[in-house]
Design a binder for this molecule. Structure first.
Ligand code: UGA
Length: 405
């Protein structure tokens, strides 16, 4: 009796203990499962995000494109179409509803500049160097292919000369064969270090034919000569745009021209490098103004050269101060030695463009600069955050020659 009576509460205690330990085990188990689940969630969420991004890129949405009837839609070739100006021009022509073929050798152009059109039925991208002949059917040719920034065109002067001479001959030959109209992207550099100010189209220029800039200046001058020889001898319709200093988004980070240099230096707190005293002048136009001018010229009946630029002139030093202020940067200004044959003043006379094309720049300098600053700020963030951005490759040197000969 006593045994039974005393063993009864012991059984109850054991029973409770067992229940408690089962409960404890269960809650430990549940806790562990919860922790594992949340850990898995932590790992999976970024993967889900990547999949969502990939899905988005598969169902790519293109910028809106106008519908043009067969009669109005043109087949347009843009050489250098993946470059800074070329890619903005391609955007306009695509959005206007034309069929656009971009040809680029990607020396200074980048696929990223036109990637938003890849796969569109009106768009084609060809990796081709205009120094080699090209056989396609087109109605209009915008011939922009050539490095334009002084460090780029001086990097390989022979290649710059070939691009502007043989490349232009090839494109004029194509224009002649298929009956296309060709617009040459010429430059304010045909005026050299000008003795006439502002520069009008009838000024013949002041160019050093054997200086470091000659490969580009003389290359473009002979390209203009070729256009008019083809016009007179072969009846090819030509348009010649003399483009003055232009800036905007999609300039290459290593472009080396003053706008991208100053903005990047100001954003990174580095000294702004002014070559010489900074008293030399330039007038800067925003890229969308230039693109509108190019299209207006192509579709006009003006076959003689036309200046396209913004006549608002500043010294380079004023320009450095302005960029510093707009960025809100504490960078210093550093004076370096003057570049050889650097034009001391430049400002377009644009009366002809106003009168004959009804064109003039409309984007104020500060507004354009703020857009460019925003672009370069994003590019710097992109470079800092993106593991996959390709680092610029050093040029492959083969038997003393650079690769773009
Ligand atoms: O931007 C353009 O569209 C033009 O640029 C260049 O002509 P350039 O006027 O010499 O262009 P930059 O290299 O931007 O130089 C402008 C001025 O700033 C100066 N500069 C440049 C870079 C820099 O870091 N610091 C600096 O003081 C140069 O010495 C020059 O006096 C090209 O040669 C033209 O074909 C082109 O049309």
């Amino acid at each position: 009796m006593f045994k039974l009576a005393s063993s009864f509460p012991m059984c109850a205690v054991w029973g409770n203990l067992i229940n408690m330990s089962v409960l404890l085990n269960r809650s430990i188990q549940e806790n562990r499962e919860l922790r594992i689940e949340s850990r898995i969630e932590e790992i999976i969420e970024p993967l889900r995000e990547k999949i969502r991004d990939l899905e988005k890129s598969f169902t790519q949405k293109y910028p809106p494109v106008k519908f043009l009837s067969e009669k109005d839609r043109k087949r347009i070739l843009v050489t250098g179409g993946a470059g800074f100006v070329g890619s903005h021009l391609t955007d306009k022509l695509m959005m206007d509803g034309h069929e656009v073929t971009v040809v680029d050798n990607f020396f200074t152009g980048r696929k990223r500049n036109v990637e938003h059109w890849i796969g569109h039925e009106n768009f084609e991208l060809i990796n081709h160097d205009v120094v080699e002949p090209l056989y396609i059917e087109v109605d209009q040719i915008y011939h922009l292919a050539s490095p334009a920034s002084p460090p780029n065109y001086m990097y390989n002067p022979i290649k710059t000369l070939k691009t502007n001479t043989i490349g232009t001959l090839n494109m004029l030959g194509l224009a002649k064969r298929v009956g296309a109209r060709l617009l040459l992207a010429s430059t304010s550099e045909v005026y050299g270090d000008p003795e006439v100010h502002p520069q009008t189209e009838d000024y013949w220029g002041h160019v050093n034919p054997i200086g470091p800039r000659a490969c580009y200046d003389e290359g473009k001058r002979v390209a203009e000569t070729m256009c008019y020889a083809y016009m007179k001898q072969e009846g090819v319709e030509v348009r010649v745009a003399r483009i003055f200093n232009t800036f905007g988004p999609r300039m290459h980070m290593n472009d080396g021209r003053v706008v991208s240099n100053f903005i990047l230096q100001a954003l990174q707190g580095e000294p702004l490098t002014v070559y010489g005293s900074g008293s030399q002048t330039r007038a800067f136009q925003y890229v969308s103004d230039l693109v509108n001018g190019l299209v207006a010229l192509m579709n006009s009946n003006v076959s003689s050269p036309v200046n396209l630029g913004n006549p608002e002139e500043h010294t380079i030093l004023e320009f450095a101060q302005l960029i510093k202020n707009l960025v809100g940067s504490g960078s210093e200004i550093q004076f370096l030695s003057e570049a050889q044959d650097d034009p001391q003043k430049r400002k377009p006379d644009i009366k002809k463009a106003k009168l004959m094309l009804g064109w003039e720049p409309v984007v104020p300098l500060e507004e354009g600069l703020n857009k460019a600053i925003h672009y370069f700020r994003k590019e710097l963030e992109y470079q800092a955050n993106n593991q996959y951005i390709p680092k610029p490759k050093p040029a492959r040197i083969k038997k003393g020659r650079t690769r773009h000969n």
